[in-house]
Design a protein around this ligand. Structure first.
Ligand SMILES: [Fe+2]
Ligand SMILES: [Fe+2]
Length: 147
């Protein structure tokens, strides 16, 4: 996925360069893709979906939420993370709120991105629904084709 959009790069630059976000590069996510790479891909696909279909949204909040959606900061492949699938979205949302100046919308995007696997947390905005869908598409692609 070529992130050939200056506007997108501008939007993610500050957050993506942050050392704490960069730390996600040290954790593998799916196949050969790091958690950082995965988050960046989800952010860009969300941006493209919204643009492609002309969906009226808060682009910056969506991209920031997408970039932090897996900000749980551990390697889920290691033993001891048996509740990862159900619990990491809430953990990532709390971490993001602790470390960055995010609003309620970003918080909800992160917390609800595992819907319907964590069924209680329904995406509460168009931004959250787009990120939730983009996450699943990227996960599928990374797991099947990026090994
Ligand atoms: Fe996730
Ligand atoms: Fe994800």
């Amino acid at each position: 996925m070529k992130m050939n959009s200056n506007e997108f790069r501008q939007m993610v630059r500050e957050l993506a360069m942050d050392d704490r976000v960069q730390k996600m590069k040290t954790f593998p996510q799916h196949g050969s893709v790091s958690t950082y790479g995965h988050c960046l891909r989800v952010a860009f696909l969300s941006y493209r979906i919204a643009r492609r279909f002309g969906i009226c949204i808060d682009e910056e909040a969506m991209v920031r939420g997408a970039l932090l959606h897996d900000y749980y900061l551990y390697d889920w492949h290691e033993p001891g993370h048996t509740r990862h699938a159900a619990g990491h979205a809430a953990a990532a949302a709390e971490n993001a709120r602790r470390d960055f100046d995010i609003g309620d919308r970003e918080f909800d995007i992160i917390r609800s991105h595992m819907w319907p696997i964590s069924p209680g947390n329904y995406p509460g905005s168009r931004e959250a629904l787009i990120v939730c869908a983009a996450d699943k598409l990227c996960t599928l692609e990374e797991t099947l084709f990026m090994r």
